[in-house]
Write a protein that binds this ligand. Sequence first.
Ligand code: 5GP
Ligand code: ZN
Length: 113
Amino acid sequence: MAEPCIFCKIARGEVPAQMIVNNKEIVAFRDLNPQAPVHILIVPKKHVASLDDANDSDLLGRMMVLAAALARQEKIARSGYRTVVNTGRDGGQSVDHLHIHLLGGRPFTWPPG
Ligand code: 5GP
Ligand code: ZN
């Protein structure tokens, strides 16, 4: 049965998104509620609930390499950027489908909130 989750629907093209990459295993699209001038989500097409459920290290590696490539494409690689994977309740995960946030275009503070 098709997963009802929002990121699965975006990956299947059932819900519109500002799509940047759509390859056989990964989609990347702009966040609906951007927290920085550049805010892209990198999402596997296969439904994986969170990093805690992820076991495909090759796929995770390709998602990170894609994040770096998109940072260069978006011209934020020189100034710097942040990649974030929120996991579970304390991690602040709100969509239960694994995703990497790529954020840039402004400075970020540390430690995070
Ligand atoms: P999380 O809080 O799980 O780490 O991140 C989920 C992100 O997905 C949030 O930044 C939120 O703005 C974004 N988001 C939620 N629903 C949609 C949607 O339907 N379309 C897009 N483009 N982003 C979404
Ligand atoms: Zn999903």
